[in-house]
Design a protein around this ligand. Structure first.
Ligand SMILES: C[S@@+](CC[C@H](N)C(=O)[O-])C[C@H]1O[C@@H](n2cnc3c(N)ncnc32)[C@H](O)[C@@H]1O
Length: 257
């Protein structure tokens, strides 16, 4: 309280009102989509990979992912085992890429040793030959063939870490599977495995088939039939930083080059 003769105490300054930025909109990229890879992939790129980035798609296949990406938006380096480049031994220099896309075969059914119980040929044939020749290992749950699928993801991610710049983006396509009567949550195994390699799981997209899958011979249904797959978006955590403490920032601008 002021004493007689003192100047009256100044009133407290009005508190500054915090102004909330941003726009009210429903026009945002969503985490779950019904449809195909070609429609979703450009949205993932638009959110996480700035235009002009140097991007290697190391399992390019038929290039379906890129069909609806505006031509010239990215500097794309496309490769595939079918054209002579193994995603586990890339020709790119260390820390030279802004982003990398990985979509290897993700079903053990295509790797079974007996031709009569084996799945289709096509894009999975090279992987099957490799594992038929002893490349696969027995996994902890005896899921030898599923472990072969997982090994390919992990070995490729190790190589991706070498060629990506710090904070670079790794986009991984995968699908869970039931293999040898075991539920294999491949997307969880990949997130866990890649964290151990120094990748932060920045985003996750679920892609749902728009049509119902056909079943050739159903005896008794034990697990839900899978009609969804995932795009996982990882970021390379620089050496010496903890994955558990890493935080998302805005997209990393491409390096000139
Ligand atoms: C599911 S397809 C990829 C489809 C592709 N994302 C597209 O949009 O067309 C899997 C691809 O992985 C390739 N592949 C299998 N093993 C590989 C390896 N070790 N290194 C590189 N590519 C491999 C296959 O040849 C096949 O083209």
């Amino acid at each position: 309280m002021s004493e007689a003769g003192d100047a009256p105490a100044a009133p407290p300054a009005p508190r500054k009102r915090r102004v909330q930025g941003g726009l009210a909109t429903a026009d945002v990229v969503l985490s779950a989509h019904a449809g195909g890879n070609a429609a979703l992939f450009p949205q993932i790129l638009a959110l996480h990979v700035p235009a002009g980035s140097l991007v290697a798609d190391v399992t390019f296949g038929q290039g379906v992912f890129w069909r609806e990406v505006p031509p010239g938006r990215y500097r794309l380096l496309a490769s595939d085992l079918a054209t002579g480049t193994d995603c586990r031994a890339l020709p790119h220099a260390d820390a030279s890429l802004d982003a990398l896309v990985l979509d290897p075969p993700y079903m053990e059914g295509l790797l079974r040793p007996k031709p009569e119980t084996r799945g289709g040929l096509g894009s999975h044939a090279a992987l099957r030959r490799y594992y038929d020749a002893g490349g696969g290992r027995a996994g902890p749950g005896g899921g030898r063939w599923h472990q072969a699928v997982l090994d390919l993801y992990l070995d490729a991610a190790r190589e991706a870490r070498r060629v990506l710049r710090d904070h670079g983006i790794l986009i991984v396509k995968c699908q869970d599977e039931v293999s040898a009567n075991r539920q294999e949550l491949t997307h969880v195994q990949i997130v866990t495995g890649l964290a151990a390699l120094g990748f932060y799981a920045r985003d996750l997209f679920v892609l749902m088939r728009p049509n119902r899958p056909g079943i050739a011979r159903l005896l008794r249904q034990v697990h839900a039939r899978k009609n969804h797959s995932y795009f996982l978006v990882f970021q390379k955590v620089p050496a010496g930083q903890e994955v558990a403490r890493y935080r998302s920032r805005g997209p990393v601008p491409p390096r000139a080059g």
